[in-house]
Design a protein around this ligand. Structure first.
Ligand code: WT7
Length: 656
């Protein structure tokens, strides 16, 4: 890590915006001045300019009961109306909203008029199924237009969606359904992934079977199923219904009603430092304001001419803010792709960029690094000249990957925006503004206009330029999380207790300020890993491991990985009886598969080491720092606080 940091700090390349780009850019330097002069007024202006309000707001921020904020609280809006109807009413019904590409090569173009009609029908289906404002609806779908329609329909009736990534297991789905008390699940028979149909409905059936006496079957009344994969599915009469029966039969008339700005919009589960994922709660008016604004100024979105492509799955926050909400509220045309980047060939993404003449591409460093590995010959086969802006999100982007992205994908000319934010922040917080900021490869750089961040020491004091510390948000922001579903105490403890005197939001990231005061992200400072831009908790994987009958104890660390940023590495103590009957390699393989089944394939450890002991302090706390040294092939650091100082040499020897 320290060599990585030195390396970063020696990065001196700079890219000033070209005059051409700056002339047509949405962002202007003046935004910073306006926001600095009157932060709340600035956000109120954005909310009024960018959104339609059924009832205008007179209040902006209420921070009288921190950390519980409200924004635009006496205003009313309908999120789906903002993403759909108003564009049709403005005469843009024929504009394409979604350029959808299925993994097998099938495709659909969905206009704003068509998507609006579909969402109105789905909203009527939801109402018929008894879904009303405040009810929770779980969505477990592949990347198909129906996924976006489902989210918007739930929003339209004022209900709350909880999208669960299709790669999560039945167990993960069940715990999310239970925690939110979902009344309806919207799923598909299956979707295409890696060249074959990956089933979804069977996982829903399993999740609802309540094997462990879960509460899921008690709240879920219906399962609405899209046919996509064509795979056989089981059917529970009275509970299950086909989308293709219910939706076309429903009326295309549906008037969007205004809901209070603080009406909850969605819950999205994300890993924290404990084994239990947190249901991050977002509401409507502030969230939509900041996603719409940032999508415009950070992605330099010109909705009339651009073709925007954010490659994130709707199961992650990026897919919420920059697939479902921001771009649609802006009336943009965007690509939606169902499959993996290498199906059926390694140039699939670039083929899609060429086919749809994508102008703005927003993706994760892990994808860029895997393309780097394959080599420039692949993208070079395609015409990528339509691209004029590139974005990065999800993890720190190393300067090499940044340069490759600009040169090979961006034809040496496109600006790159490295955007820092989190599930909790709801929208982009730190980024260069294209056309305004001189960019630095590897740095997220500056807080957006209207956003206040700092890098502080353990006591909450500003570290000053040239120093490292903890990243904090010092003032409330419109898209901020409003809480953790059902757990206000955990909300306060996790994010606000650490700097309660100052009232700062603690992000969990380490950061450095360079001599210009620009921010360089340095990775998580807690027990949260970032694998391929996806957040995983060490504790969650440890509890999955100890749930296996062979395992006595487990410790998990995130080790740096060339492609995925970090990789899951597990150190496992196996029960004696299993050790004698199985080879360590066999056990390691079984446990990798086990974690994949328990949580989902993304959580599957890269390495499982079967060890005899784990490094613990005298009070019994596992010292993951030392295990990380081993996993990253470094000399093991200070072991003096270990109860048994010899244990690390034993582990190191076992790992070789
Ligand atoms: C964590 C949030 C933001 C949507 C995708 C991930 C890391 C995110 C960057 C960036 C360095 C980044 C942080 C953050 N992260 N963007 N541009 N540079 N690190 O959302 O799953 O909520 O994870 O991702 O560590 O805390 P998430």
């Amino acid at each position: 890590m320290s060599s990585q940091i030195d390396h970063l700090l020696n990065e001196t390349r700079r890219f000033a915006p070209s005059a051409d780009f700056a002339d047509n850019a949405v962002a202007t330097a003046e935004l910073y001045e306006r926001a600095a002069a009157d932060r709340e007024g600035f956000w109120a202006d954005q909310a009024r300019d960018l959104l339609h309000w059924h009832k205008p707001f007179t209040q902006v921020l209420d921070w009288s009961n921190p950390p519980f904020a409200t924004w635009f609280a006496d205003g009313e809006l309908n999120v789906a109306y903002n993403c759909l109807d108003r564009h049709v009413e403005a005469g843009n019904g024929d504009r394409v909203a979604l350029l959808w590409e299925g993994e097998p090569g099938d495709s659909r173009r969905v206009t704003y008029a068509e998507l609006t009609e579909e969402v109105k029908r789905v909203a009527n289906v939801l109402t018929d199924l008894g879904i009303t404002a405040g009810d929770r609806v779980a969505i477990y779908l592949p990347m198909i237009p129906e996924a976006v329609a489902a989210m918007l329909a739930v929003a339209r009736v004022g209900a709350i969606h909880s999208v669960v990534f299709g790669g999560f297991s039945a167990d993960s789905l069940r715990s999310r359904i239970d925690d939110a008390g979902a009344k309806l699940v919207i799923t598909a028979d299956g979707g295409y992934r890696k060249g074959k149909v990956s089933p979804l409905k069977p996982a829903v059936d399993l999740a609802l079977a309540g094997r462990n006496g879960g509460a899921a079957q008690e709240t879920v009344e219906h399962v609405l199923v899209v046919r996509r994969g064509g795979n056989d599915v089981e059917w529970t009469e009275g509970r299950d219904l086909w989308w293709h029966d219910a939706v076309p039969a429903a009326s295309p008339e549906h008037e969007a009603q205004g809901f209070p700005a603080e009406n909850p919009l969605f819950i999205l589960y994300t890993s924290g430092t404990t084994g239990k994922p947190k249901g991050i709660l977002h509401t409507s008016g502030g969230y939509l304001t900041q996603t719409t604004f940032t999508n415009r100024v950070v992605h330099d979105l010109h909705p009339e001419t651009d073709v925007f492509w954010c490659t994130a799955d709707i199961g992650w926050v990026t897919g919420h803010s920059y697939v479902a909400y921001g771009p649609l509220a802006n009336g943009a045309t965007q690509v939606l792709y169902e499959g993996t980047p290498d199906m059926p060939h390694p140039g699939r993404w670039w083929e899609i960029v060429e086919k749809y003449a994508v102008t703005i591409l927003y993706t994760a460093p892990t994808a860029i690094r895997s393309f780097m590995k394959i080599g420039r010959e692949v993208p070079k086969k395609f015409d990528l000249s339509s691209l004029r802006l590139l974005g990065s999100v999800g993890e720190p982007i190393n300067p090499e990957a940044w340069m490759w992205y600009r040169k090979i994908i961006g034809g040496k000319t496109t600006p790159i925006v490295d955007t820092w934010w989190q599930t909790e922040t709801g929208a982009i917080m730190i980024s260069a503004l294209p056309g305004v900021t001189e960019t630095k490869p590897g740095a997220a750089q500056v807080a957006l206009p209207g956003i206040s961040i700092d890098v502080v020491d353990e006591d909450g004091a500003h570290v000053g330029n040239g120093n490292g510390g903890l990243l904090v948000v010092t003032e409330p922001w419109p898209a901020m999380l409003r809480g953790i579903w059902g757990d206000p105490d955990r909300f306060v403890e996790t994010y606000w207790d650490k700097f309660r005197t100052q009232g700062y939001y603690f992000a969990g990231d380490g950061a450095r300020l360079d001599d210009d005061g620009d921010v360089w992200l340095m990775g998580r400072v807690d027990d949260v890993m970032n694998v391929s831009g996806h957040r995983l908790s060490t504790t969650e994987i440890e509890s999955a491991l100890v749930g296996n009958e062979a395992v006595a104890e487990a410790a998990v660390v995130g080790a740096s990985d060339e492609t995925t940023g970090q990789a899951v590495v597990a150190f496992v103590i196996v029960k004696q009886s299993y050790l004698s009957a199985h080879s360590p390699e066999g056990l390691a393989g079984t446990l990798r598969g086990w974690v994949g089944e328990q949580i989902g394939p993304i959580a599957r450890p890269r390495d499982v080491y079967i060890v005899g002991e784990l490094p613990k302090t005298r009070s019994g706390k596992i010292m993951r720092r030392l295990l990380r040294d081993v996993a990253e092939g470094r000399e093991v650091g200070d072991t003096t606080t270990l109860a048994d100082t010899a244990v690390m040499s034993v582990i190191s020897a076992q790992v070789r």
